[in-house]
Design a protein around this ligand. Structure first.
Ligand code: B12
Ligand code: SF4
Ligand code: SF4
Length: 373
C-alpha cells in the first residue's frame, strides 16, 4: 500500500503541475488546533465581522473531516497568477490582479477535479473531495503546514519560489500520503506591507482587521463606512499593495501563465465614468465571468463613484450628478453624493442641493446632508 500511495502522490503532483500548479505539497489531515485558536481570537476581535464567521466556523475550518469523513491527507496546491498590470490612464480604476481574468474559482475547480479524478482512478475508489476558497477550511494554515510557504505579516501565504500571488486549492483524501515538511521561514524584521497598507488594516503581528482591508470594503454590499472611503484611493475591486511591496513576491516576478493575462484593459482598468453607468447587460458580458462578478453591478457602480470622489477631477462632476439624479440604487446615489461633496465646487454643490429637494430615500438624504456640511 505504501508503494501505491507513493505513486499516487507522484501522480497527483505531476498532473497538477501539468495543469498549471506551481507547487504541490501534502500535509496530514489532523485537526489544526493552532489555526482554530487563531481564527477564534480573530473572530472575537471582530476582524472578520463582515463575514459572519463564528466559533463553529473556526472549528469546522480547522478540521478537514468536515470536508471528507475519514480524511487522512490533504494535497495542497498553489497556482501562480501574477501577470503585468495594464497601463491605467487618468480616471480609470485599479483592479486587483486576481480578478482581471477568468474567475479563479472556476479554473481551480477544473484543475482540482481533474487531479482528484486521477487520484480516485488510481486508488480504485472515490477517496477525494476538493476545496478552493468557498468551503470552510483554513487554506493558508494547511498550505503552510504542507510546506508550500509561510504566512506573512500581510497574512497571505508566501511561497519562497512563487511569492504570494498564488491561489490555493486542496484535495482532501482518505489516503495516507507521505507528508512534506513545512518551510522554516518568517518575515523577520521586514514591515513593508504594514507601512504600505493605506488603511492600517495590518497590525504587524501576522493578523489583519479585515473590515479595514480594501479587498473587503470594495466587495461590501452595504455602504462603505464614510471614514474609509478616502483611503480606498483608486481601487475599484480588491487591493494588491501589501503584496506588491513584499520583497519575496517582488523577487518571484510575474509567474502567472497566459491564462491570467487581463481579458482587456476595460476589465482590468475600467474607465470610472463608464463604470458608473454599468447596467446588467454589460455587467454580465464583461464582469460576471471574473471574480469581481459575484456582488452585482450596483457594487461596481458604487466603487466607481468612490474612485471618482478620490480622483478629485472636476470633469467627473456631470457623470456623478447624473448618478445622483437617476441611479436606481440608493447606495450608488449615496456614494455619488459623497464624491460630489469631495469636489465641493459650485457645480457639485448645485447638484447636491437640487437633489436634496427631491430625494426620498433617507440614507441618500443623510449622505447629501453630510456632503453639504
Ligand atoms: C475571508 C477571506 C478574505 C477576507 C479576509 C482576509 C484574511 N486575511 O483573513 C478579505 C476579503 C479581506 C480577503 C482578502 C484577500 N484575499 Co481572501 N480569502 C478569504 C477566505 C475565504 C477565508 C479566510 C479566513 O478564513 N480568514 C480568517 C483568518 C483568521 O484565517 P485564515 O486567513 O484562514 O488564516 C489564519 C490562520 O491560518 C492563522 N495561522 C494558523 N497557523 C498559523 C501559523 C503561523 C506561524 C501564523 C503567523 C499564522 C497562522 O493565521 C492566518 C492569518 O491570520 C480565504 C479562503 C479560505 N477558505 O481560507 C480566501 C483567501 C485567503 N484569499 C485569498 C486572496 C488571493 C485574497 C486577496 C489577495 C485578494 C485581493 N487581492 O484583493 C486579499 C488579500 C488581503 C490580505 N492582506 O489578506 C487567497 C490567499 C492566497 C494566499 N497566497 O494566501 C485565499 C486562500 C483564497 C484562495 N483559495 O486562493 N480574503
Ligand atoms: S490588501 Fe490593501 S488594504 Fe488589504 S491589507 Fe493589503 S494593503 Fe491593506
Ligand atoms: S512585506 Fe515583509 S513583512 Fe510583509 S509579508 Fe512581505 S516579507 Fe513579510
Amino acid at each position: 500500500m505504501i508503494a501505491q500511495t507513493d505513486s499516487i502522490k507522484a501522480l497527483a503532483v505531476e498532473r497538477a503541475r501539468a495543469l498549471g500548479a506551481g507547487d504541490v505539497r501534502v500535509v496530514d489531515a489532523r485537526e489544526d488546533d493552532q489555526s482554530r485558536d487563531r481564527m477564534r481570537e480573530s473572530f472575537e476581535r471582530g476582524d472578520l465581522r463582515t463575514w459572519g464567521y463564528d466559533d463553529a466556523y473556526a472549528r469546522a475550518a480547522a478540521d478537514p473531516q468536515r470536508i471528507l469523513a475519514g480524511a487522512r491527507s490533504i494535497i495542497c496546491i498553489a497556482v501562480p497568477y501574477a501577470t503585468q498590470e495594464p497601463a491605467r490612464p487618468p480616471l480609470h480604476g485599479r483592479v486587483s490582479n486576481y480578478a482581471w481574468s477568468r474567475d479563479y474559482h472556476t479554473r481551480m475547480r477544473e484543475l482540482l477535479s481533474r487531479v482528484a479524478a486521477d487520484v480516485d482512478r488510481a486508488a480504485g475508489a472515490a477517496v477525494t473531495a476538493i476545496a478552493c476558497d468557498t468551503k470552510p477550511i483554513a487554506e493558508r494554515a494547511f498550505a503552510a503546514r504542507a510546506g508550500l510557504g509561510w504566512i506573512g505579516k500581510h497574512t497571505n501565504l508566501i511561497s519562497p519560489a512563487l511569492g504570494s500571488f498564488v491561489f490555493l486549492g486542496e484535495i482532501v483524501t482518505t489516503l495516507a500520503l507521505e507528508p512534506d515538511a513545512p518551510v522554516r521561514k518568517s518575515c523577520g524584521s521586514c514591515a513593508r506591507c504594514i507601512d504600505g497598507c493605506p488603511t492600517g488594516a495590518l497590525r504587524g503581528d501576522y493578523t489583519i482587521d479585515a473590515t479595514r482591508c480594501i479587498a473587503d470594503l470594495t466587495q461590501r454590499t452595504d455602504p462603505i463606512p464614510r471614514e474609509m472611503r478616502a483611503l480606498i484611493g483608486d481601487w475599484t475591486w480588491g487591493c494588491d499593495i501589501c503584496q506588491l511591496v513584499c520583497p519575496p513576491t517582488q523577487n518571484a516576478g510575474e509567474q502567472g501563465s497566459q491564462a491570467f493575462v487581463p481579458y482587456d484593459a476595460a476589465t482590468a482598468a475600467p474607465a470610472l465614468t463608464e463604470l458608473l453607468q454599468l447596467r446588467s447587460g454589460e455587467f454580465k458580458r464583461r464582469y460576471a465571468r471574473t471574480a469581481m462578478g459575484w456582488r452585482g453591478a450596483a457594487v461596481l457602480r458604487r466603487n466607481a463613484a468612490i474612485g471618482l470622489g478620490n480622483a478629485l477631477d472636476r470633469s467627473a462632476i456631470p457623470a456623478l450628478s447624473a448618478s445622483l439624479e437617476s441611479d436606481p440604487h440608493p447606495m450608488v446615489r449615496g456614494a455619488a453624493a459623497w464624491a460630489l461633496g469631495r469636489m465641493a465646487s459650485p457645480q457639485a454643490i448645485d447638484a447636491l442641493r437640487a437633489r436634496r429637494t427631491i430625494e426620498t430615500d433617507p440614507t441618500v438624504q443623510e449622505e447629501i446632508s453630510a456632503a453639504l456640511l
